[in-house]
Ligand binder design. Structure first.
Ligand SMILES: Cc1cc2nc3c(=O)[nH]c(=O)nc-3n(C[C@H](O)[C@H](O)[C@H](O)COP(=O)(O)OP(=O)(O)OC[C@H]3O[C@@H](n4cnc5c(N)ncnc54)[C@H](O)[C@@H]3O)c2cc1C
Length: 587
């Protein structure tokens, strides 16, 4: 090889000789004094050197296969073919490399590409053309800001770009199709009572799909105890309508005042009657009450998740896929609800000197044969009772103690027997006071005070703001959770009230703050509360949902595998991630 390098015929050898001057390798070539004379020699003279002095170096065997070598043994055609193949391969590899550098492929973790500001404007124009009637497409700055934030949430929020108000499933399909065409995030919005930043806008621009106008009750099937309505129908309106029509049925989920069926399905809500055994709503009450839905998928297709029959084992329950999905998998436009018999109720109250006594009393009551007559049982801590007294919304003050409110259902005889049993059991567990509401009006007021706990808390602390959060633990762990949380909040110097659906281990802390410094303390206290609940084999949210506020806890609570499955489902159903991005799934 070295001999070949200094072969006078080779320009390469000459250059290498120059570059390597002084090295031992060079000494194997012609001596430096000869080099210049070689270079000066006419080409012919070089060629005519005697063969004996410059022996032809042996050719490596592979040269015979190289289409660039003059020793190549194939035909000219083969040489051209091989060289062409080589260059084709080279060009393909080089262009792939350049392509991957210039236009990198989106990976699972890459942020999705949404409409540019210009594309967003074109999408809004298209919405305007599609819905030319006044009020259907709204870009008023105050409206889009209000629709993108909640006065009850302190998580980061952005205004939407436009609010669109559909009237029918077909309208929703048109809006979803425009959102998909221009890759604009789209967020369903109905009662706007959710508490974890569920319906905030997307920073690069988003469509708020305000479904609250789709609020018609379509059919009441009294004999089947079900009702079909549009997704924007409020739960209170359903119960009011049933009452006005004299139909002895009611819809037993009661989240925040003003909440609608679409949003209730979105958050997987429940409420105070969720322990009611007569209405078979234990634990996953929304799943049992929401029988089927019409849902617009991100691809614009409308699916019906089930028929109206009471039960079905025709495959897994697609209705459940959309319960707690927070508008990230589809927009519910219509739902069939299961109704419960409207049974006469009475309200009773029992007071205790500590939460532990109250909870153990409830556990024992629910396990008796009279447990089925307890429709709801709610715990209000001493601070909540104080807030109700100070809030100015009641006629007479209550003793400031941890208190249970019972709603009993049944005929007079059943209520009488149940109340006797409850009275005996609460006394056994140390209750200092047990009484029935004297009149129906008092019972109604008592219950409303519980329902309006947030308003009572706000009225009692008029200068403060309130962060409401919920967690849920196995019932037996509730007293420990409540006591540790109360101590933790007091140690942090924070005021709070506590209410809970004590029958299912779900409790809400309403924590007050006055400024950003206290807000930070509240945020930290909520974080500690969630970890306390998780350590007790509980959940970061029993009924309010995940939204923006709780998504950081999902992996810890459900595990990597479950969260990965949820993300995979989301990816398949909504490949462009246009439906309520930024909510529910951990980053
Ligand atoms: C004072 C007060 C008391 C409360 N008490 C309770 C309680 O006791 N129990 C309880 O569970 N909750 C309670 N909440 C929370 C709240 O009422 C519930 O989370 C309720 O289910 C939200 O319904 P909404 O119609 O207001 O939904 P919104 O806030 O409008 O939306 C909630 C979520 O659902 C999605 N969504 C809305 N409509 C649709 C649709 N048509 N299709 C698909 N997704 C949709 C939204 O995008 C969002 O992610 C309370 C809230 C307040 C303010």
């Amino acid at each position: 090889m070295l001999q070949r390098l200094w072969h006078p015929c080779s320009r390469w050898s000459t250059n290498i000789c120059r570059g390597l001057s002084g090295s031992s390798v060079l000494r194997e070539g012609p001596p430096p004094n000869l080099r210049s004379s070689f270079e000066r020699l006419p080409r012919r003279a070089q060629v005519q050197l005697p063969a004996a002095q410059v022996p032809e170096p042996p050719t490596p065997a592979w040269f015979r296969y190289s289409p660039w070598s003059d020793k190549f043994q194939g035909t000219l055609k083969t040489r051209i073919l091989l060289q062409t193949l080589f260059y084709a391969l080279l060009i393909t590899q080089a262009s792939n490399y350049l392509d991957s550098k210039l236009f990198p492929q989106a990976t699972e973790d890459d942020p999705p590409k949404y409409a540019s500001p210009g594309e967003l404007q074109i999408a809004i124009e298209k919405l305007r053309k599609t819905f030319p009637e006044p009020g259907r497409v709204d870009t008023n700055p105050d409206v889009v800001k209000t629709a993108g934030s909640s006065p009850n949430s302190y998580h980061p929020a952005s205004a939407h770009s436009v609010v669109v108000r559909p009237k029918s499933t077909e309208d929703v399909v048109k809006i979803v199709n425009i959102a998909r065409e221009f890759k604009v995030p789209i967020t369903a919005y109905s009662g706007a009572t959710s508490l974890e930043g569920h319906f905030s806008g997307y920073p690069s621009g988003s469509i708020c799909l305000d479904i609250s106008g789709m609020d018609k009750i379509l059919h009441i099937n009294e004999e089947d105890s079900d009702l079909v309505c549009q997704a924007g129908t409020r739960w209170e309106d359903i119960n009011q309508t049933l009452k006005e029509k004299g139909i002895p049925l009611f819809f037993p989920l009661d989240p925040g005042p003003g909440a609608t069926i679409g949003g209730m399905m979105g958050t997987g809500c429940s409420g105070s009657p969720s322990i009611c055994p007569l209405s078979f709503y234990s634990i996953d009450s929304p799943a049992l009450q929401l029988m089927r839905s019409d849902t617009v998928l991100p691809n614009g297709e409308v699916i019906k998740t089930r028929r109206r029959s009471r039960k079905s084992s025709a495959g897994w329950d697609a209705t459940k896929l959309f319960i707690g999905a927070e508008g990230t998998l589809g927009i519910v436009t219509e739902a069939t609800l299961r109704l419960a018999p409207s049974i006469p109720t009475k309200v009773a109250m029992a007071q205790f000197s500590d939460v532990k006594q109250a909870v153990s009393a409830v556990q024992e009551i629910l396990n008796t044969s009279y447990g089925s007559h307890v429709q709801c049982v709610e715990l209000l801590d001493d601070r909540m009772m104080e807030a109700i007294n100070n809030g100015g919304l009641i006629d007479r003050p209550y003793p400031v103690q941890d208190t249970l409110f019972f709603k009993l259902q049944g005929d007079d005889a059943a209520i009488k027997l149940t109340s006797k049993t409850i009275e005996a059991l609460v006394k056994k567990h140390g209750s200092s006071k047990f009484e029935f509401a004297a009149t129906d009006e008092e019972a109604e007021n008592l219950w409303q005070n519980r329902k309006y706990a947030l308003m009572s808390t706000m009225a009692a602390y008029p200068d403060a703001k309130c962060w409401t959060t919920d967690v849920c633990v196995p019932v037996s762990r509730l007293p420990q959770l409540v006591l540790e949380t109360k101590k933790d909040l007091a140690d942090a110097g924070l005021s709070s009230t506590i209410v809970g659906h004590v029958g299912d281990g779900n409790f809400h802390a309403l924590i007050l703050f006055h400024d950003d410094k206290e807000l930070e303390l509240v945020s930290q206290a909520v974080h500690r509360l969630v970890h306390r609940a998780l350590a007790m084999d509980g959940t970061c949210t029993g009924e309010h949902g995940v939204g923006v506020g709780k998504k950081e806890y999902l992996k810890e609570e459900l595990g990597e595998g479950t969260v990965a499955l949820m993300k995979q489902v989301k990816k398949v159903v909504d490949p462009y991630n246009i439906m309520n991005p930024g909510k529910l799934y951990p980053d």
